[in-house]
Write a new protein. Structure first.
Length: 163
């Protein structure tokens, strides 16, 4: 078996969270390379030929970073210090049915502010399981920070306001 010891030096063809950016040379465990990075074309084995691509990939990444930073700054300006609200169902003791998850927050931002973000941009350590006011932190592309206020309102309170 000639491939018994797979090369663990890879050239990233795309940004990989927690590993590196397009054009970086990284060292990874063989299983990670074999099972994820190589089959999904996120990386290639760092051969002499691949290393010749490195400069071009890094230039492309730098150009993309400029575009991503501009878009992230614009999105952060639209999100920062906004107050969004969501209505949740609660039981007779005031406990929420279910929770508000990162995916719910992504949809709220899309629906109420018209800004598209991804789940990984929402820095939420765990799902929100209590009504009230919560500060939600975001990390957009190129590590641009943003935050907003989320009001989790019980359904009954909303009915009382309307009635």
């Amino acid at each position: 078996m000639s491939n018994k010891r797979m090369a663990n030096k890879l050239l990233l063809l795309d940004d990989v969270d927690g590993l590196g950016r397009k054009g970086d040379i990284v060292s990874v465990r063989p299983g990670h390379a074999r099972n994820l990075l190589l089959p999904k074309k996120f990386a290639t084995i760092a051969t002499k030929q691949a290393l010749r691509m490195q400069t071009r990939l890094q230039e492309e990444r730098a150009q993309q970073a400029i575009v991503d930073k501009k878009e992230a700054d614009e999105a952060a300006a639209r999100i920062q210090d906004q107050t969004l609200s969501t209505i949740v169902k609660i039981d007779h003791e005031g406990h929420m049915y279910g929770s508000v998850t990162t995916l719910d927050i992504v949809h709220l931002i899309q629906d109420q502010l018209g800004v598209a973000i991804e789940r990984r941009n929402v820095l939420l350590p765990h799902a929100i399981k209590e009504t009230g006011v919560h500060t939600i932190k975001l990390r957009l592309k190129e590590s641009v920070p943003a935050s907003f206020t989320l009001k989790v309102i019980p359904e009954e309170a909303k009915k009382k306001e309307e009635g």
